[in-house]
Design a protein around this ligand. Structure first.
Ligand code: SF4
Length: 350
């Protein structure tokens, strides 16, 4: 298939509207997205319908959560001049394509998605035995394919979802075509280097563990959270040597600190010439220097929320145009176009 544009390949990615984002979201996705803006034609969306698959009972926060995600997108450095940002439900063509795909997707494909079973087993406080939850990857396929995305930036664990999107594209193309031409390209996963970002308790940073450092945390909160962060368990006393390679604070340094600080940490920890409090202070310095400019950028939009909403409206309009063009092709390939068509041989207009 030809690329979506002659110059730049198209990248698609979304984030659920879970509210304010944390450093794990930044390291795991946003930081990469910011770098991709100039290399690719990027569409980044806030997946509010996806949030409904698990939080359908109480929707009172969904809209504000979406706006909070947008503010963190902007804070992290996504630039509306260089990428397109929008809320999924503002481009309803996603839902139309989802419906078409749901007709052709075999149930067995969805039941074998690893995250389906895993989440059903792990999220016990919610009833996930819904049609929407099972169909989550079909909606994801629609999200990607409606823009004919060339690449989808994902971590290793999301690769099966992209593979399912490719299978759905293949199946659609096998049933329907546009005068012999396939409607959908098969998007490729763009594997993003997944740096290990521990939360304050040493487990993976996640809101559900309550161990996050938020992009909006003010400096005193960041420093306080760092103070309580777990360290190498071998350093019981100040005089015990430690190992930054097995310490969550060491992991933070590897991601955020410069080479000189990293050298001080490595040497000082292993020889017990520094204490953990001092070491955590350096980690906090590094975090604060990254978070401060983000918080300044965020403030501009917090003070003027209309500015942020305008960005969403412009993004939805642009995304909607692309989605419309794709839906026209989808309908035409299925012989279901919205255009008037005279019966062959019949006189038109009579
Ligand atoms: S000195 Fe730093 S890297 Fe070493 S155990 Fe303490 S906090 Fe971790």
């Amino acid at each position: 298939m030809p690329p979506s544009t002659p110059h730049r390949k198209r990248v698609l990615s979304g984030m659920r509207s879970t509210g304010k984002l944390h450093l794990g979201n930044f390291v795991g996705a946003l930081d990469n997205w910011v770098r991709m803006q100039d290399q690719y034609e990027c569409y980044f969306f806030i997946a509010d319908w996806h949030a409904l698959t698990t939080d359908y009972a109480d929707t009172s926060r969904v809209k504000q959560n979406s706006i909070d995600v947008l503010l963190d997108f902007l804070a992290a450095g996504l630039d509306p001049e260089r990428c397109t940002m929008f809320i999924q439900s503002h481009v309803p063509q996603h839902a139309e394509l989802h419906l078409i795909f749901s007709m052709i997707t075999p149930l067995g494909w969805l039941e074998r998605v690893p995250t389906y079973k895993e989440q059903r087993d792990n999220i016990t406080e919610k009833d996930l035995s819904t049609y929407g939850f099972l169909g989550y990857p079909v909606l994801q396929a629609a999200d990607i394919l409606i823009y004919k995305g060339d690449f989808v930036p994902v971590g290793e664990d999301q690769v099966p979802h992209v593979e399912l999107t490719r299978e759905i594209a293949r199946r659609f193309n096998a049933f329907y075509n546009l005068h012999g031409r396939a409607v959908f390209p098969e998007p490729q996963p763009l594997l993003t280097p997944a740096a290990k970002l521990p939360g304050t308790d040493g487990r993976k940073m996640s809101k559900s563990y309550g161990n996050t450092i938020m992009l909006t945390d003010p400096e005193p909160v960041v420093r306080q959270k760092l103070k309580t962060m777990v360290t190498d368990p071998a350093r019981v006393r100040r005089s015990d040597p430690g190992n930054p390679d097995v310490c969550p604070v060491g992991d933070l340094h590897k991601i955020f600190s410069d080479a000189a600080t990293m050298a001080k940490v490595n040497e000082g920890c292993r020889s017990a010439s520094i204490g953990c409090i001092e070491c955590k202070g350096w980690a906090a310095d590094a975090l604060v220097s990254i978070l401060n400019p983000m918080q300044e950028r965020r403030k501009k939009y917090e003070d003027n929320p209309r500015l942020a909403w305008d960005i969403l409206e412009a993004g939805s309009a642009k995304a909607g145009n692309v989605a419309d063009a794709t839906m026209n092709e989808v309908r035409e390939s299925m012989g279901m176009s919205l255009e008037f068509e005279a019966k062959p041989g019949a006189e038109s207009g009579k």
